[in-house]
Design a protein around this ligand. Structure first.
Ligand SMILES: [Zn+2]
Ligand SMILES: [Zn+2]
Length: 336
């Protein structure tokens, strides 16, 4: 099979021939139909973050495909079942985080395409218990972005405790943000989308944003304050300035949810204002298996739209450049 491998941080991925992996106990081998390109994969390939993967490794954590082989002891998944393989590849199931519905915080977790080989390959392995069944009727190219971009923003909207009539600022309308706009609307929010290109501002409008803010020419915090301030702001742009602007655009009692992960991101928080305004600043990392079920159910019910473009896996390095230069429409999804 073909796999796109990170051999050295910061260098182009190498297309390699590898044997199709055999599933161990509790695992399945999945034949790839679609594999989303998330910004996290680029950070992984560059070794950007404090906790680094170990080359050689295969990135990718928005993998969708059909179960090709099942390992010993696998129940609940059969050959031919369509599954999605998300970032959370494994969690222990017994620690305090796992037991309280926060498996995404499990210290024993394995992360797909980071601590274990991921989905930039024609076949990939998954722990059967963490491979999500994709409901019939959902296109694999739509299921792929939903399994990271979707579940991550759905969770962020939940963590931000968005309530009907809340003003929700969404900073960044790319792969994640275009879904965040829709989830914030589903939760009843009034959405203000912040972007820096005409295409993405238009995309936000098309997907239901009530207010669009062009950060090239407008001060996002001032515009948000002119509407009374945001109850919730969700930071999805890989840019420190956007976090500061979102913080400054909050109403009293507002909640800033940080999701994007700039390599060395910092957000200076004035203690005095934070205390007096009762502001919350919350980090939110992906979502649980239960969140992903919700995301698929909403999509199957026709409540969300996934905007994507397809590219062959062999063009992965060009696709990464498209994302880095902001040329991709929302999500790039690779086909084998
Ligand atoms: Zn991701
Ligand atoms: Zn655990």
């Amino acid at each position: 099979m073909k796999a796109a491998v990170v051999r050295k941080f910061g260098e182009p991925l190498v297309m390699e021939d590898r044997p199709i992996p055999s599933p161990g106990p509790g695992q399945v081998t999945v034949r790839m139909e679609a594999s989303g390109l998330c910004h996290t994969d680029i950070h992984a390939a560059n070794g950007d973050w404090p906790v680094k993967p170990t080359p050689p490794f295969v990135p990718g954590h928005e993998g969708v495909g059909l179960v090709h082989a099942t390992g010993e002891g696998v129940s609940g998944l059969t050959i031919g079942q369509r599954v999605a393989v998300p970032w959370l590849g494994y969690a222990c199931g017994t620690c305090k985080h796992c037991l309280t519905g926060w498996e995404t915080l499990c210290l024993q977790q394995l992360d797909t395409g980071y601590s274990v080989d991921g989905c930039y390959a024609e076949y990939f392995l998954a722990e059967a218990a963490f491979a999500a069944k994709v409901p019939d009727g959902i296109d694999p190219f739509e299921a792929a972005p939903l399994s990271c971009a979707g579940v991550t923003t759905y969770k962020a909207v939940k963590v931000g405790n968005v309530r009907p009539a809340d003003l929700v600022a969404i900073s960044g309308v790319g792969g994640l943000g275009h879904l965040a706009v829709q989830y914030a609307k589903i939760f009843g929010g009034t959405v203000a989308a912040i972007e820096v290109t005409d295409e993405k501002l238009q995309l936000a409008k098309d997907l239901g944003a009530d207010i669009t803010i062009d950060a090239r020419t407008e001060d996002p915090a001032a515009v948000l304050q002119s509407h009374g301030g945001a109850d919730v702001a969700i930071g999805l742009a890989v840019d420190d300035k956007s976090f500061a602007a979102a913080y400054a655009g909050l109403r009293r009692g507002g909640r800033l949810v940080l999701v994007a992960l700039p390599a060395a991101g910092t957000l200076p928080i004035p203690v005095f204002d934070t205390v007096l305004n009762g502001t919350s600043v919350i980090g939110s990392i992906v979502g649980t298996r239960a969140d992903l079920l919700d995301v698929f159910a909403l999509h199957a019910a026709g409540q969300t739209r996934v905007i994507y473009e397809t590219r062959p896996l062999a063009a992965v390095n060009d696709s990464i450049q498209e994302v880095l230069h902001g040329r991709a429409k929302a999500r790039i999804v690779m086909a084998p």
